[in-house]
Ligand binder design. Structure first.
Ligand code: ADP
Length: 363
């Protein structure tokens, strides 16, 4: 089927040349070319007819520079755009590609075949991108509905086993008591996993709203650590806490920030060495507050340092025979820290432990 292209170009000579080159390349049948010499008339044309791809010069009488691309892209985000540039503004064209243009062509340096190929690739890439976004959307919806549906039966199991444990007859065998305890723990684990799935789906969809309040950050950190103390003791680890003497008043979502602390320290506890040391440090700089969580575990190989922040990613080592995990904790932690305007990074040397660093701006 013929490609319906819109050429937005105010230089009549350049427009004619492009048309002729396409005809010469035997593309008269393959492309129906519509022409506009202003951005506004080009966008009007898009309203009136179905266009598959736009060939866009960035310097037009009614718009210039990157703003030309931004306006066109905002008006028709689903139509691929190939930017036309002169030799002297290639850099601008590259920036347009970084912002979402599918390609750029340098005028005077292309022939009909090159233009045609660029248009075809642009349409194909945009189609694949739309399909990818659609799949991602479906997957997020799926997570969301499955997680919601799982909540009710798990809550029922938790409640039922609680009643049984509270009314255990005195003659219950130790083995049966242990089994009941295991059901209770497994229900807790499942609840945490469902919560993580829901939180990541919300983060992905941009649906997390922070409930900020002015609190002493040091108190939030020490409270969050309390819930991990039994686990730290169970692996005979030492918790080294380095906090400044003065309180640090900040506006954070206490629940969300506590979750970040629990995740990072929980990972240090899980992946750190047995009988090792977990270091939690809070520092205040003139511009931000930093929370560092360090352990003396195996560290994370350089190739996996960014990947561990992806959903479901677990390092090859821990996925094979490491502690149980879902690969959701770090992407959630990073997403929540970024919602607070901060960032979460990792310093890690293989064999020398890992240190995760949260930076929160002081403003
Ligand atoms: P989970 O711990 O549930 O698998 P996370 O998203 O919290 O999920 O972590 C992702 C992966 O990063 C972990 O599976 C583990 O491979 C690696 N990882 C996280 N923290 C550490 C750490 N402190 N030391 C070594 N590896 C870690």
């Amino acid at each position: 089927m013929a490609i319906r292209a819109l050429l937005v170009e105010d230089n009549a000579g350049d427009a004619r040349l492009i048309r002729e080159m396409l005809i010469e390349a035997g593309a008269r049948e393959a492309v129906t070319l519509q022409h506009a010499d202003r951005l506004s008339t080009g966008l009007d044309a898009l309203d009136a007819r179905k266009i598959d791809v736009i060939l866009l010069d960035l310097s037009l009488p009614d718009s210039s520079g990157l703003a030309t691309f931004e306006s066109a892209h905002a008006a028709v985000p689903n139509v691929p755009i190939v930017v036309l540039s002169g030799l002297d503004d290639v850099e601008l064209a590259v920036r347009a590609v970084q912002e979402g243009a599918q390609d750029y062509l340098v005028k005077g340096r292309v022939d009909g075949g090159t233009i045609l190929r660029s248009l075809r690739y642009a349409i194909e890439r945009q189609r694949l991108e739309a399909a990818r976004q659609d799949l991602e959307h479906q997957r997020d919806e799926f997570f969301n509905s499955v997680s919601h549906d799982l909540r009710t039966p798990v809550a029922a199991i938790k409640a039922a086993v609680g009643v049984v444990l509270a009314n255990e007859p005195s003659g219950t065998s130790a083995a049966l008591h242990r089994l009941l305890g295991n059901i209770d723990l497994a229900a807790d684990e499942l609840t945490r996993l469902i919560d993580d799935l829901l939180e990541i789906a919300r983060l992905q969809a941009g649906r997390v709203e922070l409930y900020r309040s002015e609190v002493d950050l040091l108190e939030v950190v020490t409270r969050a650590l309390r819930s991990l103390e039994p686990l730290i003791q169970a692996r005979h680890q030492r918790l080294e806490l380095n906090l400044p003497a003065e309180q640090i008043l900040m506006s954070v979502d206490v629940q969300r920030f506590s979750r970040v602390v629990r995740n990072l320290v929980g990972n240090a506890q899980k992946y750190g060495r047995e009988r090792g040391c977990i270091r939690v440090t809070v520092e205040r700089t003139p511009t931000d507050v930093q929370l560092l969580v360090g352990d003396d575990g195996p560290g994370i190989p350089p190739a996996e340092r960014e990947r561990i922040f992806e959903r479901f990613y677990r390092t090859a080592g821990s996925a094979a025979d490491g502690p149980v995990g879902s690969g959701l904790g770090l992407p959630i932690a990073r997403g929540l820290v970024e919602l607070h305007g901060g960032n979460l990074t990792l310093d890690s040397e293989p064999g020398q432990g890992s240190t995760f660093r949260v930076r929160l701006p002081l403003t």
